[in-house]
Design a protein around this ligand. Sequence first.
Ligand code: PLP
Length: 370
Amino acid sequence: MVKSIYRPTRITIHTEAIRENLRTVQEHLSADQSLFAVIKANGYGHGAVQVAKIAEEEGVAGFCVATIDEGIELREAGITLPVFILGLVDCAYLPIVSQYQLAIPVASTDWLKQAEQAYLKNPWDEPIAVHLAIETGMGRIGFIDSGEVKQAEVSLAQAEGFYLEGVFTHFATADQADATYWQEQKARFFETIAVLEAPRYIHVTNSATQLWHEPLGNLVRYGVAMYGLNPSSDALQPSYSLVPALSLTSQLVQVKQLPSESGVGYGHTYETTQDEWIGTVPIGYADGYVRKLQGFHVLVNGQFCEIVGRVCMDQLMIRLPADIPVGTTVTLIGTDGDKTISLQDIASYIGTIHYEVACLLSERLPREYE
Ligand code: PLP
């Protein structure tokens, strides 16, 4: 999808907010903990390369991404710090993983056997750093059995194309007030890895674990809170402030007064009940501003204005309090005057989490950094 720069709709990333969030978390790490910034999915919609460069300047020790391609994007942008891929990698791609010096997870004995075969068939130059994934209650990726974990360590010590760099798990409920399941996962993890000689990195901490649990491991995988978002939505309050980094704005491109009983939008789902000022805003569901946002609001001149009629693919209509000039700023995410619309407000309205809303914001939206 082409980025649409000749249109007044854009995302603004407030770089100082990301810097502040990184400085704050660094003040709260224990002395032996390294910070890896999680910038998968285009930096949760904030722009992976730009966020990586900011995080690098703020002294992070490395990055986590989800896919090989996301890792390559960072390398091609000149990032030389360690990059760990969180998702499983097909053995066919191991030469490229080695070429770009990406670290990867290993989640099963079968995979390791295949990987060793792949190396014997077609050896690569630089050995690949691997981290053993441990399944502790997320049900997603990882070894369950500590015997297999030990065996993996032994095989890796002999394997030429790989070396063991880390061991990790992922918590399913770190953002919930009830810590029972989190404690169970933690106990399972440390029991399972007790068989290992300590690899360089032991990592279990995501944003929510960092914010609401004891310090664990020596590498922190810090994602959503770096962007200033509360991982629990609003269920738990962070003990230190998080500054949201993303705003989304546009402008009114047409303003007209429609008489009473005029239809607005596809499906004629909204009809004016009196003379109404209707403004058109050039953003729609193809930008990731989803159709379910009909009836939600945006900010114009510091006032909430309702989205009326269905959100179209590229445009939406709002009800204005008066005849407001074309070109006036429309804030869809961010602050105008004393009012704010957050990613969380949108998420709550459409029944999802802010992570998803941020990731939905499409490539069509230019991202500007200030
Ligand atoms: N670690 C893993 C394995 C993840 O999948 C994620 C995100 O989904 C993170 C760390 C970062 O989590 P958060 O953004 O909540 O800090």
